[in-house]
Design a protein around this ligand. Structure first.
Ligand code: SI3
Length: 320
């Protein structure tokens, strides 16, 4: 059975895939991106080629190169690099899983195939098992994101007996708001040392209470430091501070969600906060508007989350 160097825990940034203005992948900034995550956000693990990374919008050749670049640039700097290898084609998924093992990534994750869909737990498990078998030495994570895949098989149901079928199964990345399902996954498998990684950043505190062992998300690219403060407060059982941090994060996410928030907007915010150009997203996504970026910047300043916020910019919203 695969055993990771150590359990995947804490914050895991779902990385964006930087692109040039003409839509090619901008590999040249990935080294800077790694340093930024580690040094400025205190985030030491990453999840590559997922939703935020537009993994399903990249060609297989691009996905391989992106994975390679993150693994290479992250060596001796990052704790863990998990590669999302989900694809509609089982063969492509297996090729990516094998490749992740060859480049010595720390783990692989897979979403449910979402065009011709598995309609029950056993079929989904069979698909995941075939992918996992292509990388028998790598920890395997199931990436549950029913709102995007349309595959509504409950994670609790899927986890039942999964390690008997997929010996490398190591954990769950749960990008859904159903805390009953999430809580039952934790409750029923606590003794197995699985990683339970929550994927709804604005609700992380509730998931921590349920037993989440870590979190994978888009906003940890630029709100990692703030979210780490929440994790520290939670760890110290300072629930009132933890709640303040969560509310602060929620104020920002709630604000941008109302403006329309997704991968494109995450790219614009990350560019603004880190100074590293993320470029536009790939079609069918469209670049965030200037108006969106200006509004997001003003909100971040009012919450005192931007490194360049001056004291005069602070208002009563600021959360420490
Ligand atoms: C649907 C979606 O993109 N969810 C994000 C969240 O981080 C999300 O952006 C955040 O909670 C704000 O709603 C992550 O779960 C996605 C993710 O981890 C990934 O990119 O693989």
């Amino acid at each position: 059975m695969a055993s990771p160097k150590k359990k995947l825990q804490g914050l895991v940034a779902a990385t964006l895939t930087p692109m040039t203005e003409n839509g090619e992948i901008n590999f040249s900034v990935i080294g800077r991106y790694v340093d930024y995550l580690v040094e400025e956000q205190g985030v030491k693990s990453i999840f590559v080629n997922g939703t935020t990374g537009e993994g399903l919008s990249l060609s297989i050749a691009e996905r391989r190169r992106v994975a390679e670049e993150w693994v290479t640039r992250g060596r001796n700097k990052l704790d863990q690099v998990v590669i999302h290898v989900g694809a509609l084609s089982l063969k492509e998924s297996q090729e990516l899983a094998k490749h992740a093992a060859e480049i010595r990534a720390d783990g692989i994750a897979v979403i449910a195939p979402f065009f011709l869909k598995p309609w029950n737990k056993d079929v989904l498990t069979d698909f995941l098992k075939e992918v996992a078998a292509a990388a028998p030495a790598l920890p395997f994570y199931y990436y549950h994101i029913p709102a995007l895949t349309g595959v509504k098989i409950r994670a609790e149901e899927l986890l039942d007996g999964i390690q008997e079928k997929i010996p490398t199964f190591q954990g769950l990345k749960f990008s859904d708001t159903d805390l009953l399902d999430f809580g039952q996954c934790v409750d029923q498998h606590r003794q197995r040392q699985f990683a339970f990684l929550f994927g709804v950043d604005e609700q992380l505190l509730s998931a921590l209470v349920m037993g989440a062992t870590g979190a994978v998300g888009s906003t940890y690219n630029y709100l990692g430091k703030k979210t780490n403060q929440m994790l520290e407060a939670f760890e110290k059982k300072d629930f009132s501070s933890a709640l303040n941090y969560q509310f602060c994060i929620q104020r920002f996410i709630n604000f941008v969600v109302k403006l329309g928030f997704g991968v494109s907007q995450n790219k614009a915010i990350m560019t603004l906060v880190s100074g590293i150009p993320m470029g536009p997203p790939r079609l069918p996504l469209q670049k965030a508007s200037r108006e969106f970026t200006d509004n997001a910047e003003a909100k971040l300043k009012s919450l005192d989350v931007l490194p360049f916020t001056s004291l005069e910019d602070r208002d009563v919203e600021a959360c420490s």
